[in-house]
Design a protein around this ligand. Structure first.
Ligand SMILES: Cc1cc2nc3c(=O)[nH]c(=O)nc-3n(C[C@H](O)[C@H](O)[C@H](O)COP(=O)(O)OP(=O)(O)OC[C@H]3O[C@@H](n4cnc5c(N)ncnc54)[C@H](O)[C@@H]3O)c2cc1C
Length: 375
């Protein structure tokens, strides 16, 4: 058996799961990551890790027990409120749900700690890539250095620098953006807000807009405001002026219950704008020898609770295919892609449907119906 030299661009959850699962199969890989260190950027947010993909990936990576140790108990609780604060649906977390929640940063650290030292090369931002022929590719970093590789995997997210080797597609704005803010130590410092959010997730929704909040570790409350507005509308808000930006965003929730708008107005961090972009649903490409994509680089979709799960699953599945065909990379990549294309397309289409449930004309009742089985 000849061991392929696997070059992975991007140390997100997808790229790291691939590297780890390859390591479990005895196949070395090197991950090149743009960020200068593991702690360069806060890895905010909680992720629910699903039985049918994310959890399978962690099993394949031999990290399932360690993952269970990261699960934040009780965070699968759900509250759905109308804009006037009426509680329309409430479900406790009885520990039997199949979507346990973990902090993204802790999951990423688990994967990092599971890799041989030196696997991740921090501070290596890819500027461009080109095909050399015979399945080999050249990667150029922004510091001018280059490498060549026989197997290149783009795990570099939405704005992948590897994707152009395979496809002309680029993400487009979905017409929706999130604005994020946080409240810390809520049990002691913001008990009323902690009560509004409850033990897990809060959804306060209306057609085209909504407030979502999650109780994270340490009683942190993470609020996501979702607005359906053009890029230009957001461009008219000066997000460097936190007070003015907060006031403008809150204006969109005029008449909503004060305990809901307080999650925005009393946020302890500057509001951060996150425009939501997506690749075309069903994005795919013709096989190009020696290169492939996984995760958001392959099938970026509106956040639908699946993206990180799918990225990890892609990583595990790609590792499995490479391990099954170490001497025949093209067969491995073909097998992986033929399963990954429909998987990504289905998840993106389901995600679009979920957005209709969350923010369509019948919100928030459509979400209540989903939970109660009346949808
Ligand atoms: C607000 C929000 C909430 C979300 N909530 C959820 C959720 O609850 N559940 C869920 O499953 N998914 C969720 N998602 C989606 C999820 O975050 C992504 O689908 C997932 O992170 C994709 O993983 P990835 O490894 O493909 O890419 P990424 O996590 O984007 O990682 C890519 C890595 O590549 C690096 N990189 C980028 N460019 C370069 C370059 N040129 N050179 C070198 N390195 C580079 C980046 O620094 C990064 O480390 C959410 C997304 C958003 C925006």
């Amino acid at each position: 058996m000849t061991t392929p030299d696997v070059t992975i661009i991007g140390a997100g959850l997808g790229g790291l799961t691939l590297a780890r699962a390859l390591h479990v199969h005895g196949i070395p890989a090197t991950v090149y990551e743009a960020e200068p260190s593991p702690t360069a950027r806060a890895q905010g947010g909680m992720l629910d890790i699903h039985e049918h993909d994310g959890q399978l990936a962690l099993k394949e990576a031999g990290l399932f027990d360690e993952f269970r140790g990261l699960v934040l108990e009780g965070r699968e609780a759900t509250r759905i409120l109308d804009r006037d604060g009426t509680v329309l649906f409430e479900q406790a977390d009885d520990g039997t749900g199949g979507r346990p929640e973990v902090q993204r940063g802790e999951l990423r650290q688990l994967l990092l700690d599971s890799l041989p030292p030196g696997t991740v090369r921090w501070g290596h931002k890819v500027g461009g890539t080109r095909t050399l022929g015979d399945g080999r590719h050249e990667v150029t970093f922004t510091d001018g250095t280059t490498l060549t590789t026989g197997l290149l995997v783009g795990a570099d997210g939405a704005w992948s620098r590897v994707r152009p080797l395979l496809s002309d597609a680029t993400p487009e704005y979905t017409g929706m953006s999130l604005v994020e803010t946080y409240l810390f130590d809520s049990d002691t410092r913001h008990p009323a807000h902690a009560k509004t959010v409850g033990g897990g997730a809060l959804f306060a929704l209306a057609p085209g807009k909504g407030l979502g909040a999650h109780r994270e570790s340490g009683g942190t409350l993470h609020t996501y405001v979702m607005l359906t507005e053009a890029r230009g509308w957001f461009a008219g808000i000066d997000f460097t002026d936190s007070a003015a930006a907060t006031a403008r965003i809150t204006q969109e929730f005029d008449g909503w219950a004060p305990e809901l708008t307080a999650l925005i107005t009393e946020g302890e961090t500057a509001p951060v704008l996150r425009p939501l972009n997506a690749l075309p649903v069903g994005h795919r490409w013709d096989r190009v020898p020696g290169v492939t994509l996984l995760g958001d680089a392959a099938h970026l979709a509106i956040p639908n609770g699946e993206g990180a799960n799918l990225a990890m699953y892609d990583g595990a599945e790609l590792a499995r295919a490479i391990a099954a065909h170490p001497d025949d990379i093209e067969t491995a990549l073909t097998e992986y892609e033929q399963a990954m294309f429909p998987r990504g397309a289905t998840a993106a289409a389901d995600g679009n449907q979920l957005h209709e449930v969350l923010y369509g004309d019948n919100a928030p009742h459509s979400l209540v119906d989903l939970f109660t089985g009346h949808a």
